[in-house]
Write a protein that binds this ligand. Structure first.
Ligand SMILES: [Zn+2]
Length: 495
C-alpha cells in the first residue's frame, strides 16, 4: 500500500508520533487523496489511493457537487470531502470483507451529510449519517472530517444492518453496546492503515491497550466540548478506550454524571465493553505473535481481521436480553477458539477482569457452547436467533402522557448463553428482568429529555429541555403510544 505520512501541525499542538523515514519514502503522484490518519487534532495527514464512494453492497451517496479527485490541503472543504470518503470507504470495506452480503438498513446506498449545520455532534438516524460543525478556541471543528467519528457513525449503521432488532429495544445495556460498537468499528478501521499500525506499535511498545492515538477517540471534538463543559468528556479526547471501568448493572448506576464516573448514559457505559475490547486485542496480539516482545505490523493486521470476525459472531449469536454484554462476550469467546486456539484465553481474561463475564461464565463458556450447539445449531454465526420483539405497556401518567399507555420493546429474547456479568464472584450481578431493564431505560430517556413529546403531551406536562436533541419519539398505535428510536446521537448532549 502506497502511503506517505506528513506532519501538518494543523492545530498547532505538538505531535507525539513521527513516522519512520521508510513511511515517507513513497510519494503518490496521482490517483490518490490526502486524508487525516485518525483525528484532525493529531495533525497527521497521509496519502491514500483514490477511495470509491459508490462501491459494493455498502455504498454511499453524498448530496451536492462531487469534488474532483486531488491532493487538497487540510483546512479546505475539498480536503474534508475526501478524508471523509476515505475513512467511510475503508471502514465499510473492512466490514464488507467479513460479511459480503451485508446491506445497509435502508438499502444499497447510505446518504452522508458532511456538514448539516452548527452543532458539536454527529448521528445516524437510519436514513443517513449526519455531521456538523462548531466553534472552539482553535477554530471551526467539523465532526465529519475526523476518521474516528466517521467510522464510529458508520459502525452504528453496520450494527443496525447486522442486528436491526437492537434499534428500538428498551435497554440501557443494548444502547451502550451500540455506542461501543461504533468505537470498536473506529478502532478496527484505524488498524487497516499501515501508518496507524506502525504508530500504535511504536507508541505503546506493542501493548496496544495503553493510552495511544488508537485508544483516544475524537480528540478534537472532545477538546471543543471540554471548553464549554470541562467534565463532560475525558481529559484527552471524547472517550478513551484505554480505561479501567468495571461492569456494574446499569439499572444501579446514576443516569448521568461527569466523564470520570461510570453512569448508565450509553456513551459512558459503552466504555466498559470498549475497554475490555481493547484489552482483548492487546492480549490476543501478544498471544498470536511469533515474538511476544515485538509483535509485527502484519500480525496486528491479521489479528484485527480476526477480531472483526469474532465480534460479528458474538453479535449475531447474542440474544437481545438485559445482560446483553455478557451474551456478546460469551459468543465472542466461543468464536475465537474456532479461529485460533491462542485467542480464547486473553479474550476471557479481558472480559473477566472487567466483570463483563463472571469467572464461572468464562470457564464454562465452551461447555455451554456445546449445549447451545445441540439446542440452536453450530453457533457459527450462520444461524441468528430470530424472535419477534415483545413489549410491555407502562402507565403513561408519570411521563405526562395522561391515560395513554406507553408501549416499550423489552430485551426478552430467549438466552443462548447462561452467561452473566459479575461485580465479584461473591456477589454475582442479578440479571434484571426485561421489564425492569425497560423501565430503567425509559426513565433515563425521560429524565434526560430525549423523547419527542410534541404529539403526545400537553405543554404544561412537559419537562424536556427545549433544545435537547431527541433520540426517541412516541408513535400513536391502537390507543397507546409506542416508543421508537429516531437516531443514535453521538455528540454533546447538553442543552
Ligand atoms: Zn454513537
Amino acid at each position: 500500500m502506497h502511503q506517505q505520512a506528513n506532519q501538518r501541525g494543523a492545530t498547532g499542538n505538538s505531535l507525539s508520533y513521527r513516522p519512520p523515514e521508510s513511511l515517507n519514502a513513497v510519494v503518490m503522484h496521482d490517483g490518490g487523496v490526502n486524508a487525516w490518519l485518525d483525528d484532525p487534532e493529531n495533525g497527521t495527514t497521509i496519502q491514500r489511493p483514490a477511495p470509491v464512494l459508490e462501491d459494493g453492497n455498502l455504498s454511499y451517496q453524498i448530496p451536492g457537487k462531487r469534488v474532483p479527485l486531488g491532493f487538497y490541503s487540510a483546512g479546505t472543504a475539498n480536503f474534508r470531502y475526501w478524508t471523509a470518503v476515505e475513512a467511510l470507504r475503508r471502514g465499510a470495506d473492512f466490514w464488507q470483507a467479513r460479511i459480503p452480503d451485508l446491506q445497509w438498513h435502508m438499502g444499497r446506498k447510505l446518504t452522508v451529510v458532511l456538514d448539516d449545520g452548527v452543532d458539536l455532534n454527529a448521528y445516524y438516524d437510519r436514513t443517513a449519517l449526519k455531521f456538523f460543525h462548531g466553534r472552539s478556541s482553535e477554530g471551526l471543528v467539523y465532526s465529519g472530517e475526523s476518521p474516528d467519528i466517521l467510522c464510529h457513525e458508520m459502525g452504528h449503521a453496520i450494527l443496525d444492518a447486522l442486528k436491526p432488532e437492537l434499534w428500538n429495544v428498551g435497554s440501557q445495556e443494548v444502547a451502550a453496546f451500540h455506542e461501543s460498537f461504533g468505537d470498536m468499528s473506529a478502532i478496527l478501521s484505524a488498524l487497516q492503515l499501515p501508518v496507524m499500525r506502525a504508530a500504535v506499535i511504536s507508541e505503546t511498545d506493542g501493548h496496544i491497550n495503553r493510552n495511544s492515538r488508537l485508544s483516544r477517540m475524537a480528540e478534537q471534538l472532545g477538546q471543543a466540548i471540554r471548553e464549554s463543559y470541562p467534565d463532560a468528556v475525558d481529559p484527552d479526547c471524547l472517550r478513551n478506550a484505554s480505561n479501567r471501568f468495571m461492569y456494574k448493572a446499569p439499572t444501579l448506576l446514576d443516569s448521568s454524571g461527569p466523564a470520570s464516573l461510570l453512569t448508565s448514559e450509553p456513551h459512558s457505559f459503552s466504555r466498559v465493553f470498549t475497554g475490555a475490547f481493547l484489552d482483548a486485542i492487546a492480549g490476543m496480539l501478544l498471544a498470536a505473535a511469533r515474538d511476544r516482545a515485538a509483535p509485527t505490523d502484519d500480525e496486528l493486521l491479521q489479528m484485527s481481521a480476526h477480531m472483526g470476525d469474532i465480534l460479528i459472531a458474538g453479535v449475531r449469536n447474542a440474544a437481545v436480553v438485559s445482560n446483553f454484554y455478557s451474551q456478546v462476550a460469551a459468543g465472542m469467546v466461543q468464536a475465537a477458539g474456532r479461529i485460533n486456539p491462542a485467542y480464547p484465553r486473553p479474550l476471557k481474561a479481558a472480559f473477566v477482569r472487567r466483570g463483563v463475564l463472571s469467572l464461572h461464565s468464562a470457564t464454562s463458556v465452551e461447555t455451554l457452547g456445546t449445549a447451545a450447539r445441540s439446542m440452536f445449531g453450530d453457533g457459527s454465526g450462520e444461524e441468528p436467533i430470530s424472535h419477534a420483539p415483545s413489549g410491555i405497556a407502562l402507565d403513561g401518567k408519570p411521563y405526562g402522557l395522561g391515560d395513554m399507555a406507553l408501549i416499550v420493546e423489552t430485551p426478552s429474547q430467549p438466552r443462548r448463553f447462561a452467561a452473566s456479568s459479575a461485580v465479584n464472584e461473591f456477589a454475582p450481578v442479578q440479571v434484571p428482568s426485561s421489564e425492569v431493564a425497560a423501565r430503567g431505560f425509559v426513565e433515563q430517556l425521560f429524565k434526560q429529555g430525549r423523547v419527542d413529546l410534541s404529539d403526545a403531551a400537553s405543554e404544561a406536562d412537559r419537562i424536556d429541555p427545549l433544545a435537547s436533541l431527541k433520540t426517541h419519539r412516541l408513535v400513536k398505535a391502537e390507543g397507546a403510544l409506542r416508543l421508537e428510536r429516531i437516531l443514535c446521537d453521538c455528540g454533546l448532549n447538553h442543552d
